[in-house]
Design a protein around this ligand. Structure first.
Ligand code: GLA
Length: 637
């Protein structure tokens, strides 16, 4: 029997109660702990290779193994690229007698093991593991998959009866996860969502009887028509099955719902990485859209990363004839702490492309253990400056020319949160050259589409601690106050590849607008309370709770708090409270739009988790109340 969308929604509620994740009546009540995902093997963004961008469904065992070999032989494996992931195309069918998945042995010959099993990926994963690498597999959260939905003429679509062609996890989650991880020994799974998006009763192929209907839970164009709790509950089932099947915790769970279903709010509590946009293509403008969709530093942490999609270095606008663009794409992904998954046929890769993918300094930026995704320090249509605080106190800084005109840019010590009077040294991470030290500011020249990227060393503007905006990897917007999820209007609408200009285009699906931001309001305004501007701080909506990992390393929390001048609701009264490991440390007086910021200071010696709660009097937030934690910092004295 098919489970209806309504019933799946019901499962969400039950799961919530038994798992405790949604059990608290008051979402702003302190939990005294860090609640974003730390399970799985994603303390750093995953690195490796995936078959999709290189081969689509025309994948073969030989192509995958040759790429794995190239990764080892070229030295990329030693630099951290270790997951070898098969994407769509591997499946033949689901055996209806017992529901076991059958591998397409015509393209994965080693899977033809015979006997009762019939097919097994174990010989394949054994070979990958013997090379010192890890193996990844691909599935869908629905009954059917993406190529069945969008590429009816692609090679290697599942075969057989309607039921046999239902190769996704839907109704088989425990069985499939046990098979993939327990029996076949995979280490990574990417779970797509086309099966709950594209097989509604109106679909032509469903009407023709090719596929069974599944009431879509995701409407990619309209968040209002998406059943967010139901989507979350299905992905949570996978997370639970992965935990059960992998008691050693050696797995990675990649959520591929393209930023839909409000994954901004919950994916970091469920999976290790989550796509923030629809598929990247090898075009400059699409790369920009994917990059922009991941501009959410506070939603990425060790254990749970923003995923702007796999690398397209080597193809189209990023091929060996477009090395400036390829370098920009790679550098930007490293700044975002994005997963670095190569999508190129490495069997004959030109050396300049291998050099980009193998740039150890940029890999180190991506993999920095602090896990701080870069924050925008300067933002225009043409030039952006991104700054990522590294674990050694240095900054990685990328100066990015999005446009087609060469331009000169002034980089200031302030962009880096370095003191203006002390010397700043820049090491170019492309050339290895160290530039003459500057103080205050320096001028840089950018070619069209160029990204300069440096390791910057200087004296910190805040010598005795860190601003929270410098450590997004330690800040979890457990509740960000967004009541009505909205697509981010700053992300460009794309032409759909299948519809061209006869379609109405592809609006951004990532409902990040209004989410918590570092050094900006949730709507990307400058932080400002009663006319006073804050160069740093956290911007969030009222009725929010931010968790901060202090890890007993700091002694004091300080901030200047108030309702931001950009607030929509100008009447709401907001109270700001600071908790240390669940205990109230300090609280503000209720404050409104137009009132001067109040200074909060709390002793956090020995505190592991600080929680910052901004509670509005109007719980509904229909017209959002914007609040600012100005100059918010953890201090060591
Ligand atoms: C979706 C995903 C892609 C890829 C394809 C496979 O479009 O977003 O990354 O996995 O499906 O069909």
């Amino acid at each position: 029997m098919r489970v209806s969308a309504g019933l799946v929604g019901g499962v969400a509620i039950l799961l919530g109660c038994s798992g405790g994740a949604y059990a608290a009546d008051d979402p702003l009540a302190p939990t005294g702990r860090w609640t974003a995902v730390t399970t799985g093997q994603a303390a750093k963004p995953p690195m490796g290779w995936n078959s999709w961008n290189a081969f689509h469904t025309d994948v073969t065992e030989a192509k995958v193994l040759d790429s794995a070999k190239a990764i080892v032989d070229s030295g990329l494996a030693a630099k951290g690229y270790r997951y070898i992931n098969i994407d769509d195309g591997w499946w033949l069918k689901r055996r209806t007698s017992d529901g076991r998945m059958v591998v397409r042995t015509s393209i994965f010959p080693s899977a033809a093991v015979g006997g009762a099993e019939q097919t097994s990926f174990k010989p394949f994963t054994d070979r990958i593991h013997a090379m010192g690498l890890k193996a990844g597999i691909y599935s869908d959260i629905g009954a059917n998959n993406c190529s069945q939905a969008f590429a009816p003429n692609a090679p290697n679509l599942p075969e057989g009866t309607v039921a046999e062609r239902e190769v996704g996890l839907y109704g088989h989650t425990d069985q499939d996860i046990k098979l993939y991880f327990g029996d076949w020994a995979f280490d990574y799974i990417k779970v797509d969502a086309c099966g709950i998006r594209a097989f509604g009763p109106d679909n032509e192929r469903v009407k023709a009887g090719q596929y069974r209907a599944l009431a879509p839970l995701i409407d990619i164009k309209e968040i209002r028509r998406t059943d967010i709790p139901a989507v979350r509950a299905l992905y949570q089932q996978v997370a639970d099955a992965l935990r059960r099947t992998n008691p050693d915790g050696d797995y990675i769970f990649s959520i591929c719902a393209w930023g839909s279903a409000d994954v901004r709010a919950w994916a970091k509590d469920v999976g290790n990485l989550s796509r923030t946009s629809d598929d990247i293509t090898p075009s400059w403008t699409r790369m920009l859209a994917n990059f922009d969709s991941a501009n959410r530093a506070l939603y990425a942490h060790p254990g749970s990363w923003n995923d702007p999609d796999m690398l397209f270095v080597g193809h189209g606008d990023f091929d060996e004839h477009h090395l400036t663009e390829a370098k920009s794409h790679f550098a930007l992904w490293a700044m975002l702490s994005a997963p670095l998954l190569i999508g190129y046929d490495l069997r004959n890769a030109p050396q300049p492309l291998m050099d980009i993918l193998g740039n150890s300094d940029l890999i180190a930026v991506d993999q920095d253990p602090a896990g701080n995704q870069a924050v925008l320090a300067y933002d225009t249509d043409d030039v952006q400056i991104l700054v990522k605080t590294l674990s050694n106190g240095h900054k990685a800084v990328a100066i990015f020319n999005r446009g087609l005109a060469p331009t000169d840019v002034t980089l200031t010590a302030g962009h880096l949160k370095f003191a203006a009077t002390a010397p700043v040294t820049l090491k170019d991470l492309w050339t290895g050259a160290t530039l003459p030290a500057f103080s205050g500011e320096t001028k840089l020249h950018l070619d069209p589409r160029q990204t300069l990227v440096f390791d910057a060393a200087g004296a910190r503007a805040l010598p005795n601690g860190l601003y929270l905006a410098e450590m997004p990897g330690r800040v979890n917007p457990a509740v960000d106050g967004v009541v009505i999820p909205q697509p981010d209007p700053t992300i460009h609408r794309m032409i759909t590849p299948w519809g061209g200009t006869t379609d109405d285009g592809e609006p951004p699906a990532y409902t990040g607008w209004g989410g918590a931001q570092a050094d900006a309001t949730p709507y990307r305004q400058t932080l400002r309370v009663d006319g006073k501007t804050y160069g740093t701080g956290l911007g969030v909506l009222a009725n929010s709770r931010l968790e901060v990992r202090a890890d007993r390393q700091f002694r004091r929390f300080t901030a200047e708090v108030g309702v931001d001048d950009s607030t929509f609701d100008a009447d709401d009264a907001v109270t700001f409270s600071v908790y240390g490991d669940g205990k109230l440390l300090t609280t503000s007086k209720p404050t409104r739009f137009g009132q001067t910021a109040q200074t909060l200071s709390a002793n956090i010696s020995g505190v592991k988790t600080v929680e910052l709660v901004a509670r509005g009097a109007s719980a509904k937030n229909k017209a959002p109340t914007v609040v600012t934690w100005g100059n918010a910092a953890l201090l060591t004295d």
